[in-house]
Structures are given as C-alpha cells and as structure tokens.
Design a protein. Structure first.
Length: 289
C-alpha cells in the first residue's frame, strides 16, 4: 500500500516504498534496498517522480489507475541517473502518452533504455538552471541540485503540499515508511552520515543549495531512499547539519588513491573488507543457491 504524504479535495501525494519484490538477494551479500517512488495528482492529472526499475512498473501502474487512466500520465520526472530512479522509463513511454523530463546531460543515454524513434518530441532536457512545469493548474519547481548525489541532479518542489523531493540528498538505508521529526533527528544523523560521506560532493555545495532555498516554504524533505523529514523545525535542523558536516571531497586524502597491494586492505570511505581476488574458481558475486 502507498504511503499518503498529503491529501486535500483536489491534491494527493503518494509514496511507494515496497514495490521491489522480496527475493533471495535480500539476505545475500548483494543485499536489497527499497527505493521510493512518488505519484503527485492534481485534478486527475499526474506526475510520476523517479519511477524506479522494471520491477516497480506494475505496482505504480495500478496505483495511478486509481486516479486516472495511466496512459494519460502527464509527466515522468527523473531526478538523477540511477537504476532505481529511471530504469523503467522505456515501459512508461511506450505504455502511455507521458512526457519525460530529465537532465539535458542525460539525454544521450536514453537510447539505451527506449527506442527514440517511437517517442519523438516526448523527451525534454531540463536545463542546468532548473525549470517550472505546470500540471493540472499547479506550477511545480524543478530545482538544481547538481553534485548532490549526481553531477546532473534535480529536485521537485510541490507548492501545494510544501514537499521538497530531494532525490539522493537526505537518503539513508532504513525503513522508508516512517517519518523523522525534530525530536528524532539528532539520532537520525548517524543514519545520514555514511550515505552523505560517500555520495554528496562537498559541504560547499550543500551550503549553496541551502542558500537557494532560503525563501521557500518547506514542510517536508522526502528523499528517494529512506524516511522523510517531517516538520519545518526538522527541515531547518537538516539544513544546519548539512552546512556543518564534511562529506565527499572534504574527506578525501591520498589514502583513497593508492594502488592496492596483493594482501592489503582497501582504503575507501566506509570499506573495511579485505580486497577481493579473482581466480578461475572464485567470483566476487555469489549467486544464491
């Protein structure tokens, strides 16, 4: 069942958190991380944000059908380039009349996912400065968030629900069904730290991003993975934490760029296992029996 983030007489925002089917991978060394997919509906016109991989398609199709015919989906918005963000776009473009909005820098990669001859004039590159899109009479903002999880990244702001969907920013690998409020945020910082150290470019980029949002009314921060941050006090605390916490290139030293020794240990952020070695009988990836 989807998680309802907002509802009034004409506007609904839903978050899907469990569409990836459980499998043997969940308990293997590969693991399984559920990502969040989002459906925004206003007056029976819809936006699907970060639709995920092919395994999420059927669940989202059924979810959208409760509000409108899925073939009439207005926009498909992709925040960044990742398998759990955009891998199903080919199916949506073939199965509906939707238009795809994605960074202009990612357009050359789309022929790997869909037949460009079948979707002429339905794929639009978002300029680096962002854009305003209208759907059902609502003007949504597509905000620049480059280097906050990906070199070409955008976030969607919904002016009705006051929700900012932050894509890779604010992600964590814990239960996406819960909400973090100001009382729980100090403990939640531990969950944020490892992801941000690895995926967010630098504290300076975070500071510039926070400056951009100074006059925007944000009631919730909702990332593409993990739980949402709920309440304006929690949002303010998250902004403060972002501006103070080193991440990405702030943490890089020469130890991260060394030729590995045969029996050495990997000096990577958060990676403390011994270096894998391959021979004729061994594989890094183990197939579940």
């Amino acid at each position: 069942m989807p998680l309802e983030l907002y509802r009034d007489a004409t506007h609904v925002v839903q978050q899907y958190t469990d569409l990836l089917p459980q499998s043997d991978l969940a308990s293997s060394e590969i693991g399984l991380i559920q990502s969040n997919q989002f459906l925004l509906v206003h007056d029976k016109q819809g936006i699907l944000l970060d639709p995920g991989g092919t395994a999420t398609y059927s669940g989202l199709f059924m979810g959208a059908s409760r509000f409108f015919s899925p073939k009439d989906l207005r926009y498909l918005v992709v925040s960044h380039c990742a398998p759990d963000s955009l891998h199903s776009v080919g199916r949506w473009l073939i199965g509906s009349q939707t238009e795809l909005l994605i960074s202009q820098h990612l357009l050359p990669q789309l022929p790997h996912l869909c037949d460009p001859d079948r979707i002429v004039n339905r794929i639009h590159g978002i300029p680096d400065s962002g854009a305003v899109i209208q759907c059902g009479g609502v003007e949504y903002l597509l905000l620049s968030a480059h280097f906050l999880g990906h070199s070409a990244c955008f976030q969607l702001y919904d002016p009705i629900s006051k929700i900012l969907f932050t894509g890779p920013l604010g992600c964590s690998d814990i239960d996406p069904g819960q909400a973090i409020d100001i009382h729980h945020f100090p403990a939640h910082q531990h969950n944020l730290r490892a992801w941000h150290a690895r995926h967010i470019h630098s504290r300076r980029v975070c500071q510039l991003w926070v400056n951009m949002l100074e006059n925007l009314d944000i009631a919730q921060i909702v990332p593409q993975r993990g739980p949402r941050l709920q309440g304006r006090d929690t949002v303010a605390a998250f902004f403060e934490w972002l501006q103070e916490t080193p991440c990405g290139t702030d943490l890089v030293t020469q130890d991260h760029y060394r030729i590995p020794k045969q029996h050495g240990r990997a000096a990577m952020i958060g990676w403390e296992k011994e270096l894998p070695r391959l021979d004729d009988t061994q594989s890094i990836i183990r197939t579940p029996s």
